[in-house]
Design a protein. Structure first.
Length: 421
């Protein structure tokens, strides 16, 4: 069902697992430990320096691991008692009942639905482009307990993958209206704001949709491009929008940008959309889309991960919901965990009264020190950078390290080191 982003032969996976030359962990490793395995490369990384008969698989969790490059003979050398297989693919000739008979637990992705409840990673653009419409149609029309449970498992898998990706990184949220026009001055400002934050080592996070969200993901996507190339992308996006009732329906314009500059491959551009608003296409410029069925979980996770702060551009009801939901967390946070809340377009936020409410509510709390209402993008960036420096938050020092394929993972310690402990 899903797009295959790279299945390696078993021998190649072993060699990749042994490699010490590529600091893959700096790019993508996850907050899992030795017992959560998400790729065949990771399996060999953890267990490859031990004999099969020496390995205890009890409590290991294999998330969507494709074991098919492994031979059946090699697979059967291991004792899988107590292991957990979630959405895995087995070698040719190996049936799931074999691991169950050894005492493993097996949870397979159900057939007949257009999404995988058990998945190891977030969505890439290629997968969403291929399956998003079918998943949304299923979400709108399929009912029943099996559907609900499958969606719940899917959302947990997305939460887990999101946490894995963000370890060792600092996300900054940029939020605002979904109707922000691609040809507006404000859209262009958000693009350059997000681009600068990405250059400074932050992961730019949005709600993954159109408008201000698209602008922010576009900015992070273009982080290694010149000003002239950014202007070219904006010009491409401006074509044909007048033919649509809503600009976000003009997906072709975004696809034309990708045709010119390439698919998102490694840029620190992250979207957290939801199928609740599936009528609005997820924007094309996020490297990863952590797309949820439950909007409540999506909103909670989106706001919880923004340890580097949140910048609010002009928005209405949805944006204001996110403001006060984040404000509740920020109000009760201690000095170390408190994060900036920045409001761009001062007149807008003063006129509607939102900023005054937050300022009065936060009196005497650490939150007050990190509130800012301004017309200056540079002031917003400076506050975000100062906060990261004072709180010693991790920043991406070399974006080139993000270029490795997303499905490759690496541990902090080798299996031998973990065994000695």
């Amino acid at each position: 069902m899903a797009t295959n982003f790279g299945i390696l032969p078993s021998s190649t996976a072993k060699e990749l697992a042994k490699s010490e030359e590529i600091p893959i962990f700096d790019r993508f490793a996850g907050n899992n430990d030795e017992y959560e395995i998400e790729s065949l490369e990771e399996f060999y990384r953890v267990f490859g320096d031990r004999k099969p008969e020496e390995i205890v698989m009890k409590d290991s969790v294999f998330q969507e691991v494709d074991f098919s490059p492994m031979s059946a003979a090699e697979f059967r050398k291991y004792n899988w008692a107590g292991a957990n297989f979630w959405g895995c693919t087995f070698p040719a000739g190996v049936k799931g009942k074999e691991v169950v008979e050894q005492g493993a637990q097996l949870f397979e992705n159900p057939v007949g639905i257009p999404f995988k409840p058990f998945r190891a990673y977030m969505y890439r653009q290629e997968e969403l482009i291929q399956h998003d419409s079918a998943i949304y149609h299923h979400y709108k029309n399929a009912k029943g307990i099996k559907v609900s449970i499958s969606q719940t498992i899917h959302d947990y898998s997305i939460m887990d993958a999101l946490g894995d990706y963000l370890e060792g990184k600092t996300p900054v949220g940029i939020m605002g209206g979904h109707k922000l026009s691609r040809t507006s001055v404000e859209y262009r400002k958000v693009v350059y704001l997000a681009r600068e934050l990405a250059k400074k080592g932050f992961v730019v996070v949005t709600g993954g949709g159109p408008g201000a969200m698209e602008a922010a993901n576009l900015g992070a996507y273009m982080m290694q491009r010149t000003d002239e190339e950014v202007e070219e992308a904006l010009k491409i996006l401006s074509v044909g929008n007048d033919k649509f009732e809503f600009e976000y329906l003009n997906v072709q314009a975004a696809d034309n940008v990708l045709a010119r500059f390439g698919m998102p491959t490694h840029m620190p551009s992250l979207g957290v959309p939801t199928y609740k608003y599936g009528h609005e296409p997820s924007n094309r410029f996020a490297t990863f889309q952590a797309k949820f069925f439950s909007n409540a979980l999506r909103e909670a996770d989106l706001l919880d991960i923004c340890a580097g702060g949140i910048i609010y551009t002009r928005g209405s009801a949805g944006t204001r919901q996110e403001i006060f939901q984040a404000a509740c967390t920020d109000y009760y946070a201690n000095d170390q965990l408190c994060f900036p809340m920045v409001f761009l377009e001062k007149a807008h936020w003063m006129e509607c009264g939102v900023y005054q409410v937050l300022e009065k509510t936060s009196a005497g709390r650490p939150m007050l020190n990190w509130l800012l209402c301004t017309d200056s993008d540079q002031d917003a960036i400076d506050l975000i950078v100062r906060h990261a420096k004072e709180k010693n938050l991790p920043l991406i020092k070399d974006v080139e390290k993000l270029k490795q394929p997303y499905w490759v993972t690496q541990r902090r310690k080798s299996a031998a080191e973990l065994t000695k402990e």
